[in-house]
Design a protein around this ligand. Structure first.
Ligand SMILES: [Zn+2]
Ligand SMILES: [Zn+2]
Length: 199
C-alpha cells in the first residue's frame, strides 16, 4: 500500500516528529506540500525562495512548515485566519504561484467517527471506544495518503502580490512597560509610545 510506504519515508517521519503525532490533518498537510513542491518544481527552501500563505492553523500546517521550509520564524509563512483548508505557495525565483484548496468531503468524518469524537470530547469514551477511535483515525490518515493529489485538492495558478521580506529594525522602548519593541508596532497614546500589550 502507498500509505504504509509513505509513513515509513524519512520526510513523513520528520513531519511526525515535529508535530508529535500522526493524524489525518498531518496527512493533508503532507499531501498539500507534495502538490505544492511538484508544482513549483522546487526543493525545500533554504531561506525565502518559497512563501506559503495558509488559511488555517490546524495540524496540517506543521507538515507544510517541515516540508516546504516556509516557517513562521522566517517570515515566509503567513497565517490568515479564514478557517479554510487552503494553501497558497509562491516561488520567489520563478514568480509562479499555486493555490491549493481541499475538495469538499475529504476530511469529513463518517457517522461512527463523529460519535466517537463526541464521546472522547465529553470524556465518556470507554477503553474500547478509544481503541476504535484511534483505529479510525489511523485509517483516515492512510486513506488520505492513498488518495491522488487530484482527488484531494483543487489546484489553480494564481498571482498574489508578494509580501515584503522580513525586516530587521532596532527596538525602541515601550514607555509604559519598558520592554524593547519593534518601533513600527508601537502606537502613540497620550504622548507616549506604547506597545500593543499595553494598549
Ligand atoms: Zn494532529
Ligand atoms: Zn508595553
Amino acid at each position: 500500500m502507498i500509505a504504509e510506504t509513505t509513513m515509513e519515508r524519512d520526510d513523513f517521519k520528520r513531519c511526525e516528529r515535529f508535530h508529535g503525532h500522526v493524524c489525518p490533518g498531518l496527512a493533508i498537510g503532507y499531501q498539500a506540500s507534495k502538490a505544492a513542491l511538484a508544482w513549483l518544481e522546487e526543493n525545500r527552501s533554504v531561506d525565502e525562495e518559497i512563501v506559503a500563505i495558509v488559511e488555517n492553523d490546524a495540524c496540517c500546517v506543521d507538515a507544510i512548515q517541515v516540508l516546504t521550509g516556509c516557517t513562521f520564524g522566517k517570515g515566509n509563512f503567513i497565517f490568515k485566519d479564514h478557517g479554510k483548508m487552503v494553501f497558497t505557495f509562491f516561488s520567489r525565483n520563478t514568480g509562479k504561484g499555486v493555490r491549493i484548496s481541499m475538495k469538499p468531503g475529504v476530511l469529513e468524518p463518517d457517522e461512527r467517527h463523529r460519535q466517537l469524537i463526541e464521546k472522547v470530547r465529553e470524556n465518556k469514551a470507554t477503553d474500547q471506544d478509544r481503541d476504535e477511535f484511534a483505529q479510525l483515525h489511523q485509517q483516515r490518515t492512510k486513506d488520505i495518503l492513498n488518495k491522488s493529489l487530484e482527488s484531494l485538492f483543487k489546484m489553480e495558478i494564481t498571482t498574489v502580490e508578494l509580501p515584503p521580506k522580513a525586516r530587521m529594525e532596532p527596538s525602541a522602548i515601550c514607555q509604559l512597560c519598558g520592554e524593547p519593541t519593534m518601533p513600527s508596532k508601537l502606537e502613540l497614546v497620550d504622548d507616549k509610545m506604547i506597545c500593543r500589550d499595553c494598549l
